[in-house]
Design a protein around this ligand. Structure first.
Ligand SMILES: C[S@@+](CC[C@H](N)C(=O)[O-])C[C@H]1O[C@@H](n2cnc3c(N)ncnc32)[C@H](O)[C@@H]1O
Length: 241
């Protein structure tokens, strides 16, 4: 009997997403990873790639105020954008230590902002006392902190430019549901003009574990299947350029 030839799985080529439902089967595109494989809570790099392709040009200044493992900076390098990465706990040398509520940047100095903040306190990042990942999104403290981050993003962005925030709602068995997406979207609309809401399919290891799905049926709850990607525009009527 002849054996079937063993086929290596190949990542699909990157493409510009054209609908509000985004999906790519890998955390990283291409041969080498963007950001770090070891970092819990890293952003799938094709999300940043799609945003930069659509909303920025070569040479633009792109800010990530909660840069984590540096995914945004690596995509910036690939696309010849000038990435600026800040984090409370820098993971590597090209990330500058700063609190996203107080960035060492001038008013109206960046062309695009991407941010993937902590979604409540289910992942331990640095344990730093100012880490927003220490705040429970079922309390006002989380939203007060995130409102300051959103206002800081608005301050440093040039007028008529775009930003995107990537977030998931938070569910913990036995605790009330925390609709972070709606809560943060509403707060961003106080400053920015909403441009679109994208659903990004989640492909984490949890989703592949059968017992998680069994538990979700037995416990009558749902696993997180998507992240929101909110795209906003700064439109300051009085300012010019
Ligand atoms: C979801 S992770 C970002 C992941 C990143 N996009 C990546 O691809 O690796 C959230 C990050 O926010 C950072 N963070 C939390 N509170 C912060 C604050 N007040 N200022 C700056 N960074 C903060 C954490 O240290 C963590 O690295």
């Amino acid at each position: 009997m002849s054996k079937k030839p063993f086929k290596l799985w190949k990542k699909p080529a990157l493409k510009l997403e054209t609908t509000t439902l985004w999906d790519y089967p890998s955390q990283h595109y291409g041969e080498k990873p963007q950001g770090s494989k070891e970092y819990t809570g890293a952003t799938p790099s094709y999300v940043v790639w799609n945003l930069l392709e659509r909303y920025t040009r070569e040479g633009d200044i792109v800010l990530d105020p909660m840069c984590g493992s540096g995914t945004t900076l690596d995509v910036c390098n690939d696309l010849k954008r000038n990435g600026l990465g800040f984090d409370l706990a820098p993971f590597r040398e090209d990330i500058v230590q700063a609190d996203a509520r107080h960035l060492p940047l001038k008013n109206q100095s960046v062309d695009f902002v991407f941010i993937d903040p902590p979604y409540s306190n289910h992942i331990q990042y640095s344990g730093h006392k100012n880490c927003i990942g220490e705040l429970d999104a079922r309390t006002p403290l989380y939203y007060e902190a995130m409102e300051k981050v959103i206002a800081e993003i608005y301050r440093v962005m040039k007028n008529r430019r775009y930003m995107a925030l990537y977030v998931s709602d938070s569910f913990k068995k036995g605790k009330p549901f925390a609709p972070l997406g709606f809560e943060l979207f509403q707060r961003m609309c106080n400053l920015f003009k909403p441009v679109d809401i994208i659903c990004v399919t989640r492909h984490n290891r949890t989703m592949k574990r059968n017992h998680w799905h069994t538990a979700a049926v037995e416990g009558n709850y749902f696993l997180r299947g998507f992240n929101y990607l909110f795209i906003m525009k700064k439109e300051e009527p009085s300012a010019d350029k």
